[in-house]
Design a protein around this ligand. Structure first.
Ligand SMILES: [Zn+2]
Length: 55
């Protein structure tokens, strides 16, 4: 099943959502987004807690 990470769930006023079958890919893309768009460095563990089923 695909999963997603929503930037809004991280407390940001941001519509960014990433979906993937791969949790590792989700985490990687979310970390990149945080750094590039919000200048925020999150830990991989924190990002993994934001993973939920897509949809
Ligand atoms: Zn964002």
């Amino acid at each position: 099943m695909a999963h997603q990470i929503s930037c809004e769930d991280a407390g940001m006023d941001c519509a960014f959502v990433v979906q993937s079958e791969s949790d590792d890919e989700l985490v990687e893309m979310a970390l990149l987004h945080g750094e590039n768009q919000h200048n925020v460095e999150m830990s991989e563990a924190d990002v993994r807690e934001l993973i939920k089923p897509a949809g």
